[in-house]
Every structure is written in C-alpha cells, then in structure tokens.
Design a binder for this molecule. Structure first.
Ligand code: SR1
Ligand code: MG
Length: 400
C-alpha cells in the first residue's frame, strides 16, 4: 500500500496484518470504526483474546463538515510527533504511539478503552480527585521542556519548523478569535441568544482583548502545545489521566492549553445548572470543578517554577524574579483563552455536549447565557490577575 487511501474496517485489518508485530501471528482480528470527533477515522482492532489497539487515520477533509472543507493529512504526522515528544517528558499522561505512517496518515495507539472521555464523565456528574494535579503536571512538563528555558535556541528553532501547522492553526485562529465576533455561516446558536451575541459584538473593549489574544496566538512560539486541550481530549478514571489527539499541536503561547482546559471545566460548571436538579448534588459538582481549577492553577505555577529552578538552562533565569514574571503573563493569557474557549463553544461552529445536550430549553438558554457572560468577564479582566490566586479569585467572582 503506498498512495494514500481512506480505510474501511477490512483495510484497517489488512494494514495491521501486513505491518506485523502488533498481535501474535495467529491473531484473528476484528475491527470497527467509532470516531465521533470532528476530523478523523478511528478504528478499534481486537484479537480473539481481547487484546486491542486503536488505528487512527486522518481524512483529507474535516469529517464534521465534509469534503467541502479540505484539510492537510500532515496533521497526522504532527499529532504522532507531538505525542512522542510529550510522551518522552510526561509518559504518565500521554497516550502511547505504537506506530506511525505519514503517507497513509495512520497512527496506531495504545487502546485506552478501559478509561472514559472526561467530558462524558463530567456530564454524568462523576468526579476525579487527581485531575487538576495530573493536567497541571502534563501542561507544566510538556511546555517547560519545549520552551526557551530548556531547549537550546537552535534546537527550538528547528522544532518550531517541524511543528509548523498552518492549516490547523488557521482553524483555531478563525473559530476562536474571528467567527464568534462577526456574522459567519459557521456560527450557530438559538435565536433567543441574539441579544447576548449582539452585545458581545458591540463591546469594543472585548474586541480589543480578543485581538490581543489572537495576536499572541499567531506570534508567540513559547512552547510545543497540545493545541486542543479540551475535555474531549482526555481519557480518565480514578487513577489515570491521559491526553490524546494533539493534531493541533504547534509552538504557541503556553497559556493557551491551560486556558482551554479550565474553560472546559467552566463550561461544565455552567451546564450543571441545567443538568442536575438536586441543589446539594449540584453544589458538590460545582465545588469539585472549582477545587480542580484551583489545584490545576497552583500545581502548574509550582511545577513551572520548580522546573525553572532545577532544570532551567537559559540565562534569563539568572535575573531574580524573571520566572515568576513570565508565569504571570502565561496565567493572564490562560484566563483570556479560557474566556474565548467558553464563548466560541457556545455560539461558534464546534459546541460542547455539556451545554447542547441540556434537555430543557429554558435551562439550556440560562446555561448558555452564563457561559457567555463568564467568558466575556474573564477576557475583559484577565490582565488584572497578578498571580495564580488572583486568577482563581477572578473566576470565583465572575461566577457569582
Ligand atoms: C473543524 S474542527 C472544530 C474543532 O474541533 C477540534 O477538536 C478543535 O477544537 C476545533 O476547533
Ligand atoms: Mg480532537
């Protein structure tokens, strides 16, 4: 098999058989496709002893839109390379790559089917004690070891080149920072939100802040990001937290991933108003989500500063207080990106089931309005946060 072709179940099995080494020679393989994401084919291939692997193949277009939205196959190479690099420095929280073929845009991954996607778990009201700490560990470690504080300047520049990901970055640039703030046929939201959407679009302070966030996304190659760190990109159980799907990886502003993750926890916070009727249960999950955000911010801050102290190589770290100053900007960026994730997931192209699957229409509208309001206030006030505690206090204050 040489030229690219999109797989069906039989082709996926044939590919794995020809590759060899994934299963014992006498394996009887079964396969089904179950990708429900926005972009790719995802197959689970299982033998008669229930051993399994995941075969992921990029399509030459965005699956959620169709062939009218062509998309580079190179995203499969970027994703596999990012997983390998992130897996080297943070194996505990990165799915393992078993094989990659750039020509077929195929990656074979360990099967994490014993875990569940975080978004569905949160939607069902389930909580995970280690989540905030684990995500902070992944984000701090993967970003520090791919930043100027650790890499040599020459090495970093070479990596920036190999992770140049213009088509996938363009999706984020448009979906995060352009579409929600102007008329675009990709946006969708109920007519009942028209007033709130117009208010966002007429807020000049907000548009300025969004312009600054977009500019930083375009031109601050601080570290190798995951690029799409939402709660559908995380597999979890009580003891394990694993990131998957970094096809949007590129060298960008470190606060982007942290902000995306916290934004998704806050979207779930807003959604719980329409999901759980019992007030005490709702209070419990709200408390859990806020505690997780608090832990994530604190651990990220602590781990970054510790990594700088213990493994930092760049001379800038000799200037007393520079690591803390750099981190302050990262945290402010994170709060801004958190707010923009909340807005684009409520009125843009790609929504979240947390909000969209609230059955009662009025409850859904209330949750969506809250998400827009919280997102807006976070973006407008992000630059007032001078440390992690101020970030957390801002989040608490805008939720009240
Ligand atoms: C066309 S892709 C839409 C969204 O799905 C991905 O997971 C990213 O979040 C992207 O913005
Ligand atoms: Mg994805």
């Amino acid at each position: 098999m040489s030229a690219y072709q999109a797989f069906d179940n039989d082709k996926a099995i044939e590919y794995i058989n020809n590759l060899g080494g994934m299963f014992p020679p006498d394996a009887q393989l079964n396969c089904y496709e179950f990708g429900d994401g926005n972009l790719n084919l995802v197959f689970r291939v299982t033998d008669q002893h229930n051993h399994s692997v995941i075969l992921k193949q990029a399509l030459p277009y965005a699956r959620c839109v169709g062939e009218s939205w062509p998309l580079t196959l190179d995203r499969a190479r970027i994703e596999a390379s990012a997983l390998r690099r992130h897996g080297e420095v943070c194996p505990a929280h990165t799915v393992r790559v078993l094989h990659h073929n750039s020509e077929q845009a195929v990656t074979i991954l360990e099967d994490l089917g014993h875990l569940n996607i975080l978004r569905s778990e949160l939607n069902a009201g389930r909580t995970f004690a280690n989540l905030g700490r684990d995500v902070a560990h992944y984000l701090a470690t993967t970003s520090f070891y791919h930043s100027d504080f650790y890499l040599t300047p020459a090495n970093k520049k070479a990596l920036i080149q190999s992770f140049t990901n213009p088509e996938l970055c363009a999706i984020t640039e448009e979906l995060f920072f352009d579409d929600p703030y102007q008329d675009n046929e990709r946006n969708h939201y109920p007519d009942a939100l028209r007033k709130e959407v117009d208010k966002l679009r007429h807020n000049t302070g907000l548009k300025l802040a969004i312009a600054q966030l977009k500019q930083r996304f375009l031109s601050a190659p601080q570290a190798l990001l995951h690029g799409d760190a939402h709660s559908g990109s995380l597999f979890v159980d009580d003891t394990t937290t694993k990131f998957i799907d970094p096809e949007f990886a590129f060298f960008g502003p470190i606060g982007f991933d942290l902000g995306s993750f916290i934004g998704n926890l806050l979207l779930n916070f807003c959604a719980q108003h329409g999901r759980i009727c019992e007030a005490s249960k709702r209070r419990d999950i709200h408390t859990y989500l806020l505690r997780t955000i608090d832990i994530c911010l604190s651990e990220f801050d602590y781990q970054w500063q510790t990594l700088c102290e213990q493994h930092g190589t760049d001379n800038t770290l000799q200037a007393p207080g520079y690591a803390a100053l750099f981190l302050r900007d990262v945290l402010q960026d994170a709060i801004g990106y958190c707010g923009s994730e909340m807005i684009r997931r409520t009125i843009g192209l790609a929504h979240v089931s947390d909000l969209d699957e609230i059955e009662d229409e009025q409850a859904r509208l209330r949750a969506q309005r809250l998400a827009l309001e919280v997102g807006e206030q976070l973006i407008l006030n992000a630059r007032s946060c001078h440390n992690k505690d101020a970030c957390y206090q801002l989040i608490i204050s805008v939720l009240q």
